[in-house]
Design a protein around this ligand. Structure first.
Ligand SMILES: NC(=O)c1ccc[n+]([C@@H]2O[C@H](COP(=O)([O-])OP(=O)(O)OC[C@H]3O[C@@H](n4cnc5c(N)ncnc54)[C@H](OP(=O)(O)O)[C@@H]3O)[C@@H](O)[C@H]2O)c1
Length: 289
């Protein structure tokens, strides 16, 4: 099998590169080799590579930046998946794509299922939703995994930001009214492999760890667990604040609770809790620091 993996340097892409290697030949262009905002070049590259599976872990992930650089965000998150889906359809290959909790309305306190209404709160969410819709409409064989609050030992993410700030700051204020499911890039990659092995039926699947938590509680858990790895914290106080006290260019959804039962029953698995995943990722990050 030949797999084309896009976004190899990203959180999810890095883990996918490792997890997919037993499947066969993996073609993994980096940004120097293939700028994904150049859609004609992408089209040429895919046609030459002739993959059986295209795995798209690349995206415009700067949520606040998407409000300003709208064209670039739209190209990566909406037009690129549209093109990849049309390539997959034309060559009868499979497209695996990653989407976001941000496509859901973000209100209330219920869990979002794949059948829930979509109504993004910000431009990033809108571009991700357009990407999903383009893939569905293409008629290609696809898997769309909607994930949330992704973190890993690499790149920028909430866990690493908290640890970096705690090294120098005595006091931090963290949001307490946005609730979601922190999900490791490794879990996303492992589940993708299972899905490919099990020939998971084409469709949209929520993919997140079990359990829901606020950013504030997640930060507390990060600091508590980091103590076991001799992490040197300067923190003396953590304040719990509502979203309205931390304005950002892009509006954030308050409710990112994900229901993952469709994926669990289709693959006959139980997703691990976010707490189980956190210790391993912290250890990996702090030990390589
Ligand atoms: N991060 C989250 O909290 C989160 C939450 C929900 C859903 N998701 C979705 O999960 C997926 C993976 O996210 P992630 O956190 O792994 O993303 P990430 O770490 O930001 O990685 C994004 C990848 O896309 C590549 N990329 C972006 N623009 C490119 C361009 N013009 N040409 C070539 N490569 C380009 C980046 O390459 P460079 O290294 O060269 O920049 C990087 O490899 C995305 O679809 C994202 O929307 C993420």
């Amino acid at each position: 099998m030949k797999i084309l993996l896009l976004g190899r340097s990203g959180q999810v892409g890095f883990e996918l590169k490792r997890a997919l290697s037993p499947f066969g030949q993996i073609v993994v262009p980096d940004r120097q080799e293939l700028d994904l905002s150049k859609l004609d070049a992408v089209d040429d590259f895919v046609n030459k590579a002739k993959p059986n599976v295209i795995v798209n872990a690349a995206a415009w992930t700067n949520v606040d930046g998407a409000e300003i650089e709208t064209e670039s965000a739209y190209r990566l998150n909406a037009e690129l998946p549209r093109l990849l889906a049309s390539c997959a359809k034309a060559t009868s290959s499979k497209l695996v794509h990653y989407s976001s909790d941000y496509v859901y309305p973000g209100t209330g306190n219920q869990e979002w299922s794949e059948e829930s209404e979509t109504s993004p709160s910000n431009y990033y969410g809108l571009t991700k939703l357009e990407g999903d819709q383009a893939i569905i409409e293409s008629g290609a064989d696809y898997l769309i995994f909607r994930t949330s609050w992704v973190y890993s030992a690499r790149r920028n993410n909430f866990m690493k930001t908290m640890l970096r700030l705690a090294e120098s700051k005595k006091e931090l204020s963290i949001i307490n009214d946005q609730i979601g499911s922190p999900t490791t890039a490794r879990l996303i990659a492992q589940t993708t492999v299972l899905a490919l092995r099990s020939q998971l039926k084409t469709g949209i699947y929520n993919l997140a760890a079990q359990g829901h938590i606020s950013w504030y509680r997640f930060a507390e858990a990060i600091f508590n667990k980091a103590e076991f790895f001799d992490f040197n914290s300067a923190l003396e106080k953590i304040n719990s604040i509502p979203t309205k006290e931390y304005p950002t260019p892009a509006k954030r959804p308050l409710n990112s609770r994900m229901n993952v039962s469709k994926l669990e029953s289709a693959l006959n698995i139980t997703m691990p809790s976010w707490e189980d995943e956190l210790a391993d990722t912290l250890e990996e990050y702090l030990e390589k620091k």
